[in-house]
Design a protein around this ligand. Structure first.
Ligand SMILES: Cc1ncc(COP(=O)(O)O)c(C=O)c1O
Length: 423
């Protein structure tokens, strides 16, 4: 049995998979905050290029991946699937544990999968500059990387607490040629409003999104890019699960359990949505999103229409939310500090096609420690939530004496998160 299941570059998927095509229920549309009517393409065109707006609204199952995007993916894709044999042994479990490793991308996580696509579509429509937010810095460095590939300028608003905790992400973003500011900042009205009320605000993804959108609205050739939550972002990430399905076939296995950590929903959707399609078609798969106890959007949030950002620039989206002005506690897994959840993930949770669990930071980090000692890869603090949930499921299999196949997404490495582990 091979430890790693590798694909060749010709196996990079030719299409993204759009779960909206197969859902056995209607998705609630995003609403204009003023009129409360569904938003149309024109409402979104000031901040997104038309190709992405079309993807956002599409119900077509297969959306072709342009050749220049597949060529850019080839730098790091297909990513390996690895059997965690040493972890299985340490747990003395009959379960087989596989993980899809997205940490080999240049930025160290799954985020370039959508950053490359977004930069490409923007470039094709004449955008000169992309502006974005970032939590832990994985998304900001991915967009900076992708903008550099397609010769676009890039500005990143990084949540203040992560900006202070992870100075090397700032350096990385600068290395790719992008500008970066701690958020809340004095550069935007939304930032200034927060600083006036809370001068020591640690920031939040919601605030940083408001700042980025505000700046993007000021120039016609500037657009905004979001690293999670929206349908088109989740769509781009499905290449993870599509590759994983081929790799599982090669391994001659099929997952009983599929796990991803959950911040806004993109890496979870990436690994899970191609399997949600199979679940809709009758397969018995336990699909689990894992979030931190301190920001329990899916497990304790309300399912209602809310803004995606703090200042209320985005359309209202029907999603699990802790409230758009909720400032999550400061935690090391900065990428999981988001008040909302992807509307499509929210809808499949509501319709029992998946479940959600929370973990304490101690539990997640104990999983990261065992994984590091057995498999050698230090997971991103966000990804450590998926690692620990895989461990919990493998322990359950041992207790029940069941042979189970567990697949989880290792969404990123933690080599720039050492201060978190040191603490
Ligand atoms: C490594 C990693 N995993 C997961 C996440 C959570 O985001 P999402 O839920 O969109 O995958 C982030 C966000 O920054 C991240 O950096």
């Amino acid at each position: 049995m091979d430890k790693k299941i590798l694909l060749s570059e010709k196996d990079i998927p030719k299409n993204y998979y759009n779960l909206a095509a197969d859902l056995p229920f209607q998705l609630s549309p995003p609403l204009h905050p003023g009129t409360k009517q569904p938003v149309g393409p024109d409402d979104m065109s000031p901040i997104f290029p038309m190709a992405l707006i079309e993807q956002e609204m599409s119900t077509q199952a297969e959306i072709p991946i342009p050749d220049p995007v597949r060529e850019a993916y080839a730098i790091y894709r297909p990513t390996p699937m690895i059997r965690a044999t040493r972890l299985e042994k340490a747990l003395n479990t009959p379960a087989k544990i596989y993980y899809k490793y997205e940490g080999i991308s240049p930025a160290g996580s799954h985020k370039p999968n959508t950053a490359i696509a977004q930069a490409y579509y923007n470039k094709m429509e004449g955008t000169k500059k992309l502006i974005t937010e970032t939590g832990a810095g994985q998304w900001g460095s991915s967009l900076a990387y992708a903008c550099n590939l397609f010769e676009l300028d890039c500005t990143v608003y990084m949540v203040r607490i992560s900006f202070d905790q992870k100075p090397h992400r700032k350096t990385m973003i600068n290395m790719y040629g992008a500008e970066i500011y701690a958020s809340p900042s004095e550069r935007t009205q939304s930032g200034r409003n927060v600083l006036k009320a809370f001068p020591d605000s640690p920031g939040s993804l919601g605030i940083a999104i408001s700042e980025a959108i505000e700046e993007a609205l000021q120039e016609e050739t500037s657009k905004y890019a979001l690293g999670s939550v929206l349908n088109h972002v989740l769509l781009h990430q499905t290449i993870i699960g599509l590759e994983a399905q081929k790799q599982m076939d090669i391994a001659g296995d099929y997952p009983d359990v599929v796990i991803g950590c959950h911040g806004g929903g993109s890496n979870f959707a990436g690994i899970a949505f191609p399997y949600v399609r199979e679940k809709i078609n009758g397969k018995d798969i336990d699909i689990i999103a894992v979030e931190p106890e301190s920001c329990p959007t899916l497990t304790k949030g309300k399912l209602e229409y809310d803004f995606g950002d703090q200042a209320g620039f985005t359309p209202l989206m029907r999603m699990y939310t802790l409230g758009h002005d909720f400032i999550p506690p400061v935690i090391h897994a900065g990428g999981l500090r988001y008040h909302g959840a992807a509307p499509m993930v929210s809808a499949i949770l509501e319709n029992n096609l998946m479940r959600a669990e929370t973990l304490s930071v101690e539990a997640a980090f104990s999983g990261a420690r065992l994984f590091t000692k057995t498999e050698g890869i230090i997971p991103a603090p966000e990804s450590s939530h998926a690692v620990q949930m895989a461990i919990i499921e493998a322990e359950k299999a041992r207790e029940e004496g069941k042979e189970k196949t567990i697949l989880f997404n290792l969404s990123g490495h933690g080599l720039l998160d050492m201060s978190a582990y040191a603490e």
